[in-house]
Design a protein around this ligand. Structure first.
Ligand SMILES: *Cc1c(COP(=O)(O)O)cnc(C)c1O
Length: 405
């Protein structure tokens, strides 16, 4: 066996940082075993064995670099982390069991009792629970702001804060936040900026280049993108990940399964192709919906009618896979449309090869009070459509027959 270096893996990825995006997605950090397999190996093992008691002692003292236990690290999981590092342009990464584990780890590993967290109001329902309910139980004070209103960010960050959490584009309202401007204010206030970049994917928006400190992903969404498994990741500086996130992960255990890491590595190989097609299909459908009667509000970042279209164009390279719209006739009409669809499935997931549609007010965001929902634009007639990879004409036909029903 070769001598194991750098997290006990043999591949040096320094040169791979210069590879083009698609090469990094397909081959980045591949670490072949002595059997020279083409596809990445799945190391489905919980533990590792030592040649001697002395080696085990050194491993626990961390005077040698090797895998010890899969809660701490695993070769397949490490390949996934190192490939994500190459794609995001981050220094370090920890993979997590789910996107929510990643969000919680990024915030809980950093914040302490007495700290202040400033968060955008329009965030994923479970992120809202962490910021509004869970962290305050441990003495962390959370203040919510309307993400698109820079004056509210200015006011909230005029007082020192330890963390800022934001999601852009937001779920499901597709609100855009000026990441660069918020980072500048946050850093002056002493805060670490954590960006939930799920809707943009690692390909369409680069928060670290805009000044963010930490990026979190639900790999369940576009990275798998085929509805198979859950996963998540936290990316940031070597110092933040190794000093804060790694001990948190080692001792609380939100570790990614090696099998899921393997599925996600396969997902990364086709991510660029899929995201491009997702965006093309979504833009075509958004344009078709512009002509559809009975829609009172239509949101897609790449439509000129989006209230923050200019900002979207400045900080993203395409509009993403999600379209949100409000239909006349409230919940009853929204449900009738969902129930009449023949191809598009009713599901709360997103970023999948299959087009999926949901009614946020009664599903993903039912936990919010009606006032909180109204504040972020989730009305009774509001629908979120995650556009998949099917023939776009079939999807348009399916939507128009559902509207006619
Ligand atoms: C889905 C999602 C999450 C949570 O990810 P899971 O993998 O389901 O835990 C977090 N943030 C956003 C924006 C999401 O869409």
């Amino acid at each position: 066996m070769p001598e194991r270096k750098d997290d006990a893996m043999t591949t040096n990825t320094e040169d791979q940082r210069k590879w083009g995006l698609q090469t990094r997605l397909v081959r980045g950090a591949t670490d072949r075993s002595e059997f020279d397999e083409t596809s990445e190996a799945i190391y489905l093992t919980s533990g590792y064995v030592y040649d001697s008691a002395e080696e085990a002692e050194q491993a626990f003292k961390q005077t040698i670099d090797r895998f010890v236990y899969s809660r701490f690290g695993n070769p397949t999981v490490r390949m996934f982390e190192k490939r994500l590092i190459l794609i995001e342009g981050a220094e370090e990464c920890r993979a997590m069991a789910t996107g929510m584990a990643a969000v919680y780890a990024a915030l809980a590993a950093h914040l302490s009792a007495g700290d202040r967290l400033v968060a955008s109001r329009a965030i994923f329902g479970s992120c809202q629970y962490i910021c509004a309910d869970l962290l305050p139980r441990f003495g962390i004070k959370t203040e919510f702001v309307d993400g698109s209103d820079m004056n509210q960010w200015k006011a909230a960050l005029a007082t020192p804060a330890q963390a800022v959490f934001l999601e852009s584009p937001s779920n499901p309202g597709l609100e855009m936040i000026d990441i660069k401007a918020v980072c500048e204010l946050a850093h002056k206030a002493g805060a670490l900026v954590v960006v939930d970049n799920v809707f943009a994917t690692p390909l369409l928006q680069k928060p670290l280049q805009m000044g963010a400190d930490v990026v979190v992903y639900s790999a369940t969404k576009h990275i798998d993108g085929q509805g198979r498994c859950l996963g998540g990741a936290v990316l940031g500086s070597k110092q933040f990940i190794t000093e804060k996130v790694t001990p948190f992960m080692r001792h609380t255990g939100p570790s990614l399964s090696p099998f899921n890491a393997w599925v996600l590595l396969k997902g990364l190989e086709t991510l660029d192709l899929r995201v491009q097609r997702h965006c093309e299909n979504a833009l075509t459908i958004a344009k078709a919906l512009e002509k559809q009667k009975g829609i009172t509000r239509l949101l897609y970042p790449w439509l000129a009618s989006h209230p923050q279209h200019t900002l979207a164009k400045a900080q993203m390279s395409a509009g993403g896979s999600v379209i949100s719209f409000e239909v006349q006739g409230g919940k009853e009409r929204a449900f009738r449309i969902l129930n009449a669809l023949k191809i598009i499935d009713i599901s709360n997931n997103l970023g999948d090869a299959k087009s999926l549609i949901c009614h946020p007010a009664t599903t993903t965001h039912q936990r919010l009070t009606p006032e909180q929902r109204a504040h972020v634009g989730i009305t009774e007639g509001f629908i979120r459509l995650s556009v998949g990879l099917e023939d776009v004409n079939d999807l348009i036909a399916d939507l128009s027959q559902a509207f006619a029903a």
